[in-house]
Design a protein around this ligand. Structure first.
Ligand code: UTP
Length: 458
């Protein structure tokens, strides 16, 4: 390729982005092909549109009288048999989203490789994979394990799974698929930012990119053809998640929900979590940053927060619903975030490390699919039981708090099973040893005393 393709040049000119071709003549053949390839995946008209809308709110919240607290079911075991039957029939897949860059944690590999196990040092990926393995053994059917990566995490993730022999899962059971990317724009000018000459600055397109990637990669039709009817969605950074929880999946099936969500009640208005609510008669999320202060503080007659249905990002989607929201006119819209982006400056030929916000980044959020559901379900769970997010190196939702929640739950299960656990002793239960408190109780010898750190593993 000696000169850039004419149609590309026209397209770039039309959108005032021809600066990205600067230095073309000095680029190698491979570098040129790479740039053309990157640009082929960029929708310049959409970027123009997003840049024009940069000061508008994503969605304006309607007035208070069109918003109501979302009814939330208490956890129930009534539909466990339905969920178990679906697992036995191969109708449920587990999907972990692991494409994020984990910038707050400051770990130099994908977050899934973080050794979070308080005693074993097991990584997040190992813990999740062992849950899938334990479920597959329990129900006598391989549960498909879908791992969504991004260009930032894909190679390391696949290499890690291969090196660990897929943690005992069969390689065919684990399906990796990559989410899409989005460029960043210079805030002041709307120009595409470059990572280096001839290389666009690209980031993963947000966890909502899962939905489009499922279709764009052809995975969704494949799953459907294999008989999968429901997809259990969770985030890589929550080691306590009850993957494919049969009670939850069972209620999801029983109520014929398009999407079901777990909810962790918020009891402190200061807790920075998005809440599920009924907005114009549909299920939606009010992000913490969009929550009007008076609604955030509003309480019901019994003193609890009126809007307390916190979102731990655990959902079950019906495959039919996923098809609808990824192929029709219902596609999700990008959120616009103002960020500091280190980039290559063509004028000076240097890397710029900005002191202040200098760029717009664009992300899809998975919960934007919720208002598209015609039937939905919300089921309560607790932080202690099921939500230990690993976001930060220290402080809230940190390595320490995550390990503490893991140990505390293991301790509760052990105590309920009749064991005595000495104060301050770290304990951990491998999912392949016990997936829940009842299974642990079946396996423990009577009168067990734990007075040193212990990892219960097969
Ligand atoms: P977060 O929004 O917490 O982002 O992702 P993060 O990448 O883990 O961490 P920060 O914000 O950079 O510190 C929540 C979940 O969504 C996934 C993450 O991997 C995590 O499981 N995610 C996020 C994606 O899969 N893709 C994305 O583009 C963004």
């Amino acid at each position: 390729m000696t000169s850039p393709p004419t149609d590309l040049v026209h397209r770039l000119r039309r959108h005032r982005q021809e600066h990205v071709l600067t230095g073309w003549d000095q680029m190698s053949r491979a570098a040129r092909a790479h740039l053309v390839d990157q640009l082929a995946g960029v929708d310049l008209a959409e970027l123009d549109h997003l840049y024009t809308r940069r000061d508008e709110p994503h969605t304006a919240l309607p007035p208070r009288d069109r918003i109501a607290p979302l009814p939330v079911e208490p956890p129930t075991e009534t539909a466990v048999a339905i969920g178990e039957e679906a697992l036995r029939n191969g109708e449920v897949a587990a999907l972990v989203v692991a494409g994020g860059q984990g910038s707050r944690l400051g770990f130099d590999k994908p977050k899934g490789l973080f050794p979070i196990g308080p005693v074993s040092g097991s990584t997040l990926f190992r813990i999740h994979a062992e849950k899938v393995l334990a479920l597959s053994r329990r129900y006598g059917r391989a549960v498909p394990f879908l791992v969504m990566t991004s260009h930032a995490t894909h190679a390391d993730t696949v290499e890690y799974f291969e090196g660990e022999h897929h943690f005992g899962l069969s390689p065919e059971q684990v399906q990796f698929f990559q989410q899409g990317t989005m460029p960043a724009l210079d805030l002041a000018t709307g120009k595409l930012l470059l990572e280096k000459p001839g290389e666009l600055f690209l980031s993963p397109n947000g966890h909502g990119g899962t939905l489009t990637a499922l279709t764009d990669t052809g995975l969704l039709p494949e799953l459907k053809a294999a008989g999968v009817k429901h997809v259990f969605y969770f985030q890589v950074d929550n080691p306590l998640v009850k993957v494919c929880d049969p009670a939850f999946v069972g209620r999801h099936i029983e109520t014929q929900a398009d999407v079901s969500s777990k909810v962790v009640f918020k009891d402190d208005p200061a807790e920075k979590v998005g809440v599920l609510a009924e907005i114009d008669g549909r299920c939606g999320i009010i992000e913490y940053s969009d929550m009007p202060p008076e609604m955030n503080e509003e309480r019901t007659a019994d003193g609890t927060l009126a809007f307390r249905a916190g979102n731990p990002a655990v959902h079950c989607f019906s495959v039919e619903f996923l098809e609808r929201v990824t192929t029709g006119a219902d596609r999700l819209a990008y959120h616009i975030a103002r960020k500091k982006v280190e980039h290559h400056d063509l004028a000076t030929g240097e890397t710029v490390t900005p002191e202040a916000v200098n760029a717009l980044k664009f992300e899809l959020f998975v919960f934007d699919a919720l208002p598209l559901a015609d039937r939905w379900l919300a089921v309560q769970t607790t932080r202690e039981d099921e939500f230990a997010p690993l976001k930060n190196a220290a402080g809230n939702d940190s390595i320490d708090s995550c390990r503490r929640l893991m140990t505390d739950r293991a301790r509760r299960w052990l105590t309920a099973a009749g064991a005595t656990v000495a104060d301050g002793v770290a304990v951990e239960i491998a999912p392949t040893f016990a997936l829940d408190a009842a299974e642990l109780a079946d396996k423990l010898p009577p009168g067990l005393v734990v007075d040193e750190p212990m990892y219960f593993n097969v």
